[in-house]
Design a binder for this molecule. Structure first.
Ligand code: UGA
Length: 420
């Protein structure tokens, strides 16, 4: 099928290249000229496993990229996916301006029937709120002139391609049978339960999924904090609890909390929405509160052992919000580094992928180490904030006291330190 994807960000690019790999003809559009240039040269602007390989395989074959929407629309795609960013404003409310702009731009060139599909995470009601804008700009009517659908994405950074190709489920919110058929055809080659529902429900499924996962993390963290005080290993507790089929083993890793571009933002957006409609969001507010506290909990553990961190040589390992990504959005290392600097500590950091991004975004007085060995060679204390497999190279930690916020060292009793 002929598909256009608006936005070559994380979701847009992974979707575009996975659709290409499924045999569809895909054009990806992004207004960022630098990004488009880099993709045309075969370089992916983000780090994600298998993405380079897919780009190399499909570029200039059934995957094209352009900064000119009219080029993409000239191909008369049967479906146009909106996968642009949905940032939050300072109060945590969802900013739909990029989504609206994409809808207006698409509508300008819409002189053929196509299904407009929302891929970005948007609050219930948002996709349908675009209809008057599209109708006005295109002078076409929803149903006869264009179709509408909402198809949320559940991929995780680091395993995005695999999550896309082998999803637990595919959710499709659709306006009418015609729209449904197009989406059904796009996903024919993927074997997974397919949930067909209305558009608002599809939008809500995405938020509810993320809130549930984030809730598990905050709940196990709260239990973990109690365990720590009582001398109990929360990982042993979680393992046994997770064997209950009603609970399951996933997202029960206690530690320094969740970061990333999705959980923190999505929960805040839903909290704001619930306030707007006069509903309580007590549990969601508690999820955020626990998560905000969590990176500083590890510091409290350190202060119990080393009450004065002034001039102490401290290494923070892990700047990415999780392993296998260079994404530093809502990194758990940030509140820790700020607290350490305010205490006068001498801070060195290391991350296998995220240091460039971190340097660009933050202007902290910290040292950036060359590698793990360099990061640890003269450190007194080390904090592990991301679960990079590389950090498990235990020989480098011989003279360092470890505060392990990601539970990498739980079973290594020969090293001195405190694990979560
Ligand atoms: C999350 C969801 O898992 C995806 O299903 C969803 O599609 C995506 O958000 C999104 O909305 O786009 P992602 O943010 O990439 O994916 O990463 P996760 O693997 O979910 O991890 C989020 C954070 O939670 C990380 O900081 C991770 O370290 C933390 N986490 C996760 C824990 O602290 N404990 C756990 O047990 C699991």
């Amino acid at each position: 099928m002929k598909i256009a994807i608006i936005g070559a960000g994380y979701v847009g690019l992974v979707t575009a290249l996975c659709f290409s790999d499924m045999g569809h003809n895909v054009v990806c559009v992004d207004t960022d000229i630098k990004k488009v240039k880099s993709l045309k040269e075969g370089k992916t602007p983000i780090y994600e496993k298998r993405l380079d390989e897919l780009l190399e395989k499909h570029l200039n074959k059934n995957f094209k990229v352009t900064s000119d929407l009219s080029d993409a629309m000239a191909e008369e795609p049967e479906a146009i996916f909106i996968a642009v960013g949905t940032p939050s404003d300072s109060e945590g409310r969802l900013d739909l301006s990029y989504v609206k702009k994409a809808a207006i731009d698409i509508a300008k060139y819409l002189d053929f029937y196509s299904v407009i599909v929302m891929k970005s995470t948007v609050l219930p009601g948002s996709t349908e709120s675009l209809v008057p804008i599209i109708e006005k700009e295109s002078k076409r009517k929803l149903g006869s002139g264009f179709g509408l659908a909402m198809n949320p994405e559940f991929l995780k950074e680091g395993t995005a391609v695999e999550d896309f190709m082998k999803p637990d489920r595919i959710v499709i919110g659709y306006y009418d049978e015609k729209s449904r058929k197009v989406l059904e055809e796009i996903y024919t080659s993927i074997t997974a339960p397919k949930i067909f529902t209305d558009i608002k429900t599809a939008e809500m499924i995405k938020y509810a999924s993320n809130v549930f996962l984030a809730a598990r993390v905050s709940l196990i963290n709260e239990i973990g904090n109690i365990c720590k005080q009582l001398g109990i290993d929360v990982y042993e507790v979680a393992e046994a609890v997770g064997l209950d089929k009603r609970i399951g083993p996933y997202f029960l890793r206690a530690g320094v909390g969740f970061g990333g571009s999705c959980f923190p933002k999505d929960i805040m957006a839903l909290i704001n929405k619930s306030k707007e409609i006069g509903e309580n969001a007590d549990i969601m507010e508690a999820i955020v509160k626990v998560n905000d506290r969590q990176p500083l909990k590890i510091l409290q553990l350190a202060l119990q052992k080393f009450p004065n961190l002034h001039k102490k040589r401290i290494t923070v390992l892990g700047l990415a919000f999780k392993a296998d990504t260079d994404d530093i959005r809502e990194s758990r290392a940030v509140p820790l580094i700020e607290a350490l600097l305010s205490m006068g500590a001498d801070v060195t950091v290391y991350d296998p992928l995220a240091m460039q991004n971190f340097k660009k975004q933050y202007n902290y007085k910290i040292k950036y180490a060359e590698d793990l060995h360099d990061a640890l060679k003269s450190a007194d204390i080390c904090f592990i904030m991301t679960d990079w497999a590389e950090f498990k190279k235990a020989k480098d930690y011989e003279n360092v006291y470890i505060f392990d916020g990601r539970n990498l060292f739980r079973r290594l009793h020969n090293y001195e330190g405190i694990c979560w």
